[in-house]
Design a binder for this molecule. Sequence first.
Ligand code: FAD
Length: 509
Amino acid sequence: HMEENIENLVIGSGYGGAVAALRLTQAGKKVVMLEMGLDWEKDDGKHKPFSDLITPKNNSTWLKKSSQAPMMNIAHFNRKFTGVLDRLDFENIKVYAGRGVGGGSLVNGGMAVQPKKAYFQEIFPDLNVDKFWNTYFPLAQKELDVNEIPDDYYEQSPYYKFARVGESEAHKAGFETVRVPNVYSFEYMKKEEAGEVPKSALGKEVIYGNNHGKQSLEKTYLKKALKTGLLIIQDLHRVDYVEETKNGYAVYVDIIDTAGLVIAKKTINCKKLFLNAGSMGTTKLLLTSMHKGKMTNFDASVGSNWGNNGNVMTGRNMVNTLFNRVENDATDANFSTGTGSKQSTIPVSGVDNWEDKKHAFFAEISPLPMGLEVYTALYLIINKVPVPGRISYDPSLDDIRVHWEEKNFKHTVKNAKYFIKKMNKANGGTPSGLLWKGGYGPDICYHPLGGAVIGKTTDLFGRVKGYKNLYITDGALVPASIGVNPFLTITALAEYCMEEIIKTDFSED
Ligand code: FAD
């Protein structure tokens, strides 16, 4: 059994953790960061290349014997491995998460979307929205290397036909669409298409990791933090729980191997502790620490105000294409050609129906890059979560339970049905029952949010109520939904919290 004494410990290397690490090290503080997944860059990237969508290897999947994508090919493996994409299965919901140094940035679609100002204010009534719009969102965009797809490239690339068709079909159905920024480099993508560099987004890589092109956190925040020389990242370090001590916190860590077996145990004593294990991980740590670490001073709100950002995966089947063409408009190019056999994995557009009070949603126009024409239009719909769910700890499982019922998601299915019906009426097609039973997947969650909400479980700067020197700056702070893809908001929130924490809580050192 090993024991270490340090000053500042960050648990988790996603957006919240990466911002905390950069701002602490820039302020001259030494930081140790623990990550349960792999450092994919170590030993010259020996566990890479990451898998593409079509032929996942065991590095695609966190400690399971088959791949877990919501669609696409399911592959079986001989050996479990600490792969990059995890799926946490609960009673009514399956939550996806990235594993490894960089967290969700390793597996996500890179969409860096700023929420609606009015909705941000509704979700965070006590935060200064203008300050966020003028300072923290622009800062997050700059540090994350956000860029936009050039219009001319979007208009002509065969890899974005799915998006162009998606937009024009939406317009035909009377919806408005928007183009959304991304952290995938479109300069790189253009070179991919020209055949000048290895293909990544155009080579069907995304949820199992991108080998090129995406500015994930190990290339931005974490790289900068490491450059200070003050950050040490320890991978395959999974925190079990935390206990309060005289001088701070004792953090109990299982060190695992790439098969997921515990090979050593370590206790780290630290003065200041930053819990940034993501909505699921941070909430689990709080609840487990309440139970095993006797940390009973938390606010009663811990575990509540949780949601899936109103995620519903749905799609439209265009297999009736030929029939529809005859019935509707034989000259319409969209019908005759589907969404394309070439598709980039990086979404760049969405249907913005946020102003419709009865059916407020944002629908990401998603690719389905199977490598052949599948006549399917795919959407990830994002909704409000007016009735949030809850996370609890079950000692008999030594794990969390997610309480997520019909009342929490029924409006999301209603909105999805409304959207698909309108789209089919204007464009032809049927709900895609091939992908999900009934054609709607409200049990899929790419965007877990909440469980330790700002202003409730923490103060207005991420300081955990009931304790000193204990902080949260990740997706757990956001109450259940933010209405668009969340990482830009999480990054901006973390920047805002860290500015205050460094100014005030480190002034005596
Ligand atoms: P995370 O990024 O999840 O980081 C938490 C880290 O902590 C992880 O690395 C995890 O392994 C580690 N950890 C957890 N528990 C422990 C523990 N006990 N001990 C040690 N380490 C631990 N959002 C967007 O805005 N745009 C998109 O296009 C988009 N696409 C997505 C696509 C997919 C497939 C998925 C899964 C998500 C997507 N998201 C997207 C969501 C986005 O990635 C998350 O909202 C974001 O990563 C959350 O940031 P975070 O810092 O809260 O946590």
